[in-house]
Every structure is written in C-alpha cells, then in structure tokens.
Design a protein around this ligand. Sequence first.
Ligand code: PLP
Length: 377
Amino acid sequence: MKKIYLDNNATTKVDKEVYEAMSPYLNEEYGNPSSTYEIGKRVKDEVSKARENIAKLFNTESDRIIFTSCGSESNVTAIMSAIKANPDKKHIITSSVEHASIIETLGYLARNGYKITFFEVDEKGRINLDDLKNAITPDTCLISVMMANNEIGNIYPIKEIAKIAHDNSILMHCDAVQAAGKIKIDVKDLDVDYLSISGHKINAPKGIGVLYVKDDKNFIPLIFGHQEKNRRGGTENAPYIIGLGKAVEMIINDNYKLAEEEKELRDYMEEQIKKNIDDVFIYGDLENRTPNTSSIAFKGVKADELMLVLESFNIYVSTGSACNSELAVPSHVLTACHANLDDYSPIRVSIGRYNTKEEIDEFVKVLINNVGMLRRK
Ligand code: PLP
C-alpha cells in the first residue's frame, strides 16, 4: 500500500533539489562561515545567497533577515525583543488561535507581571478588528497575530492590524509560518516590525527558521553572540540555511503556481467528499483560507478513530496541531471557534507539493467506505 501523506501543515518532505543543494555542506564544504580562510568564505557566500533569496521573497533587504533554529525560536525572539525594547509597557495583545510557541511564551509573561489579552474569534475563526482596537491600552507594547492558522487555515488581515498597532505606537509581530509559500508576503506592504517563518513547512529541513526584523532598535537577541551581526549567537547552521535558501528560490521561481495547484486539489477533494458523504462540516473561514488546508468533520465520527482507520490504509492526516496532538485536550483553535466537537470533530487534511489527484481519489474512496461504519459504532 503506497503511503498517502496529507499532513503537510505538520511538516513537509525535504525536496530533492533542496537536499542536493544542502548535502555538500554537510561533509565536503563543512567550513565555519565565520572563518576567514577560503573554505569558510565559500560557505559564507552560500549563506549570503540564501539570505538574499529570503529577503527577495519578503521584499526586503538581506540585512533584515536573521536565521534562527525554528519558527518557535523566531516567535519567542520577537516577543522578548518587543518587551525589552519597551521596558515600561506591560501589556500584549494576541489572538486566541495562535501557535503554542506564542501562547506559552505569553503565559510565562503573564505569570511574571504582564497583562495578556487573548482576543476572541467567531465560530468561523474570524477576528473582529474592533475587539482588537478595544483591547489597546497606553500600556500595550506588542500585538502578535498569525498570518495563517495551522489548523483551519484562516488568513488574518495583518496589514490592517499592523496599521492599528502603529497608529497606537505599538510594535507588530506576525507568525507567518503557515503562510510562507502559500500567500505572498511583502513585509514593506504589511509594515510589520517582526515576521517569523520556518523551513520545514516549505520542503526545507526541520530545525531552521527565519526572523525578519524591520529595525534593529527594536531588537535584542535571545541568544547572545557574534553571528548574524550580533543578533543571534551560535555557529550558523549553514547546510540548513542553504537548503532553506533553495526552497525559497523554488517558491520565487514557481511564483505561487504550486499554491494554486494545491488549492485545486483541496477544492476537488472537498467537492468529492460533499458529493458522496452526508452531514459533512468544514471548519474555518471558507472564503479566506490557505489554499492547502481543510478541517473537515463527519457528523458522529470521532476524528481520532477516523485517523486510526486512515492510518491502517497508510493515509496520514491529523486531528489538530501536531504540536499538541499528544495532549488529550481539545484543540484550543476549535475551542476558540466554539466548535461542537461532540457531533463534528474534524480531521485536518493539509495538501503539499507531492500530492496527486490519484491520492485524493484514493483518500476519498477510503472515507466513503469507512465513515458509515464509524458512524454506526
Ligand atoms: N507557528 C505556526 C503557525 C506553526 O504551525 C508552527 C509549527 O507547527 C510554528 C509556529 C513552529 O514552527 P517550528 O516547528 O519551526 O518551531
């Protein structure tokens, strides 16, 4: 049975071109990019090219790009920077559907004297900008909102939120980990102060991230040291940086055609499911979602049971964010959407670069053959 992987929001396969670009830097060109001799300089040049690619993807200058170890580190660095840049302000605003790296960091700050406002979303996971405006106080130093949600795919109005933030002299961070490669990200147009992405969501390896910083006056390192222009200590992970540079180059060259193809497959899948199975509910803002994501529920079917049945057919989906799937608690995103999880508990299907129509047809066939049996249980 061929494996059908439909969990690309959890992580993606490293692309062959990415792997080939990075592999010489693991065992042949292994110099330290900070070394001044030739083999170090060659690696440094490749790291610089990767940085330029990422700057191009974001429409910024390459010195605004800092490499980190992951999306979570980028998120935490942005939050810690913003609070250190504003030592007199003790209030942060965020949404109730952010990634754990944001929620847990803000939880820590809440236990240490900060006031945190988690503004609510409606049943489709949409945010109300008036709620956001009403939460602002003279003590607010940061607004952090994701560009795209990892579970339901909702896309949030970052440009509008950044304007509200700046009109009130507040810094703005955006977690764009699930948006990269799927939605155009122009940091000048968005006018955010910080923006995070992660390699492993875009066919580069796990363990490499990027933080965009608009102005170094609002930046303080999380890890001190001389690398990354004194902004992030630790010998650069050159092979992974080079791999990420290649993955980003592929996105630039492809000009989001892949995202369109993923959307076609996702829409085809939802159409086939709705045509063949009764009582289906899709979570999220259906008109305004990332092109690859579907949070789909079948009335009376428990998502974890369906996930196990699918696994027995070598089909892989998830029941929520991979980061909290080990915890036996309902997803905070679905809870925030007031989801009726007793009747409609969703699986998350997230399509990626290598999925085919044949795989979607096979997946839908397995659903058609098994949803009824799971309902009768
Ligand atoms: N932000 C979002 C929205 C994510 O989905 C994830 C990963 O699932 C992260 C941040 C964290 O990225 P990383 O796994 O690179 O730490």
